[in-house]
Design a protein around this ligand. Sequence first.
Ligand code: SAM
Length: 214
Amino acid sequence: MIMEFIDEKLEEYALLHTEKEPDVLKKLNRETCLKVMRPRMLSGHLQGRFLSMLSHMIKPNRVLEIGTYTGYSALCLAEGMPENSELITIDINEELSPIVEKYIKLYDKQDVIKMMVGDATKLIPGLNGSFDFIFIDADKENYTKYVKFSLEKLKKGGHIVIDNVLWSGKVLEEQMDKETRAIDEVNKFVNQCSQLQQILLPVRDGLMICRKVS
Ligand SMILES: C[S@@+](CC[C@H](N)C(=O)[O-])C[C@H]1O[C@@H](n2cnc3c(N)ncnc32)[C@H](O)[C@@H]1O
């Protein structure tokens, strides 16, 4: 369950004054809610528009996404990518592939987005080349591992965005469960990492934005 960090009415107001959710993404959002387990995992309208804006600002040529789910955030990130760019997105759940493939085609991003099915902890070390943007949104227990992999794969000046870093507010609890401890650990790791400049934004479930400075 995602705790709301801002007043519901204020969030409504923010959405009302944010670019509309594109029709295809609205359809994907609806289909995910109807057919797929745990639809709240999908980034959604506000975070999706934020990822799209970041992508338009940075114009990354090569993006790695860890945690595709039904493809919503991959499509948002692909919006701002230049011609001949590539987004690799990894998910361990092969049952999601048909819906992801369907929406990649509907959004006409089949030349940009490449899906990989499997365990990201095993697949990432084998990826060739470097990336200029990495979005981490998969199993929380491996978040610190994903940041360490990202540091190896990211160009200097590249960005990492980590989702769910406030974990419904559970990071404030004294008795943390395993997943919360993993989130707290990655936040502390990033905070003390001399290679990264970072800001933790209390948007939706918490987004950490990092820039690799060395
Ligand atoms: C929160 S969802 C991703 C949401 C998606 N980024 C979006 O915004 O629409 C997390 C996804 O991570 C996947 N996942 C969990 N463990 C994984 C692993 N070890 N390797 C790759 N994917 C994994 C799950 O199957 C799930 O689809």
